[in-house]
Design a protein around this ligand. Structure first.
Ligand code: GDP
Ligand code: MN
Length: 377
């Protein structure tokens, strides 16, 4: 689950990380009032579940309440990478002497969290990672003990030689790692952590992604969910009990079971294609799930072909086939479909699907995926 910057800042603030004040607004009038109350220059910041807001024009400095209102007018309703801005954070502007990057991610390969820091923080950190990876220092830590002070110092001095500044960075790093572990994060990031001309360190941006699988024991965090910021498709999928993650490829995948879904995506890549999504319709299938799945997939303009890969165990192939037929008549799908349904009631499924126009049946996974990759070209 993603949360907004203002929510991540609240978590950081409670953890003792210095963050600026700020108030969230949904209307231009509120923004004007808040800016007037702060009585200083403010930054108006789009609250959306994506990065790169600054580059997209979603983070702007205002010198007075009137200017803040004018900016809010532009930013509210703006679309950033497919996310419509419905809320903005209004926060006092700070003067910046330097921008650092601090981040923690879960390194699945190492089975541990990984801290990354850089002296080259700010909006171009992705570019730094590509062109100058040496400018990013890395260190794993054990979430049960946290980042050790010596590790924090090593990282901090690695990006800031001045002891007074490095000590502040080390302290913030330890708190950031503690936060990451406490919330069961998959990512916790401060980009940028800034140094003011007065020598203070402040987190002016904050990002936390939460691990959905751990949310059940974080009711306070679950309450931070902003359904209005989730795409309609994600919400529809969650309600129907489907696990859906949108990707950028052209092959829409409908699969049952997370493992098979992963294997299918791997195979799509293996044969030179790219999946448009991860989608697990779950163990026991109902035709309604299949209909929702097809609806979600066909709304993605990138999709050129739909690939069904169903292993019938508890899921019955004829159920999926029936769902497919109903979905096709309900949604008027024009895309080619490749279907590989194997296992419980596969004969029935084959009969049901035998007459469907534009549908290619396949016996094996390799065959199905190869066919889908060809059709997507
Ligand atoms: P992002 O683009 O989504 O990562 O949004 P950020 O919150 O990181 O803001 C992008 C950039 O805007 C930062 O890297 C800063 O350079 C600039 N910025 C944001 N807030 C302030 C501020 O209060 N004062 C100044 N001078 N620049 C700011
Ligand atoms: Mn940022």
């Amino acid at each position: 689950m993603n949360i907004h910057e203002y929510q991540a800042k609240e978590i950081f603030r409670n953890a003792g990380i210095p963050v600026p004040e700020g108030t969230v607004a949904t209307t231009v009038e509120q923004v004007r009032d808040i800016a007037a109350r702060f009585g200083t220059r403010v930054v108006v910041k789009a609250q959306v579940h994506t990065g790169g807001r600054g580059k997209a024009g979603g983070v702007k400095l205002a010198h007075n309440p009137e200017e803040a209102a004018g900016l809010a007018e532009k930013i509210l309703g703006m679309e950033i990478k497919g996310h419509v801005v419905r809320k903005v954070l209004v926060t006092p502007a700070v003067d910046i002497s330097h921008e650092y990057y601090l981040g923690v991610v879960l390194d699945r390969a190492a089975g541990r969290p990984l801290v990354m820091v850089s002296r080259e923080g700010g909006i171009d950190i992705e570019e730094v990672a590509k062109t100058n990876p040496g400018a990013i220092l890395r260190e794993h830590f054990d979430p049960s003990t946290g980042l050790y002070p010596f590790q924090a110092r090593q990282l901090a001095y690695g990006i800031e030689p001045e002891p007074h500044f490095a000590k502040q960075i080390a302290s913030i790093l330890i708190k950031l790692c503690r936060c990451f572990a406490q919330v069961d994060g998959s990512l916790a990031e401060i980009n940028p952590l800034i140094r003011t001309p007065g020598g203070e360190m402040i987190a002016i941006d904050a990002k936390i992604n939460l691990d959905d699988s751990a949310l059940f024991h974080h009711h306070d965090l679950e309450a931070m969910r902003d359904s209005s910021a989730e795409s309609a498709n994600e919400a529809a999928a969650r309600e129907m009990g489907l696990s859906y993650i949108k990707l950028d490829g052209a092959i829409g995948c409908v699969v049952n079971g997370a493992g098979l879904a992963m294997a299918t995506m791997d195979l799509v890549k293996h044969f030179g294609g790219s999946p448009a999504n991860f989608l697990d319709i779950g163990g026991s299938s109902s035709p309604d799930k299949v209909i929702t799945a097809i609806r979600i997939i066909t709304e993605d303009q990138n999709v050129k072909v739909i690939l069904f890969n169903i292993f019938g165990g508890i899921t019955r192939c004829d159920d999926v086939a029936n769902g497919l037929i109903r979905a096709l008549s309900a949604t008027k799908v024009k895309l080619p479909i490749v279907a590989r349904l194997t296992g419980t009631n596969e004969e029935e499924a084959r009969q049901i699907l035998g007459s469907v126009e534009g549908l290619t049946p396949a016996e094996t996974m390799d065959e199905a995926v190869q066919r889908a990759v060809e059709l997507a070209r």
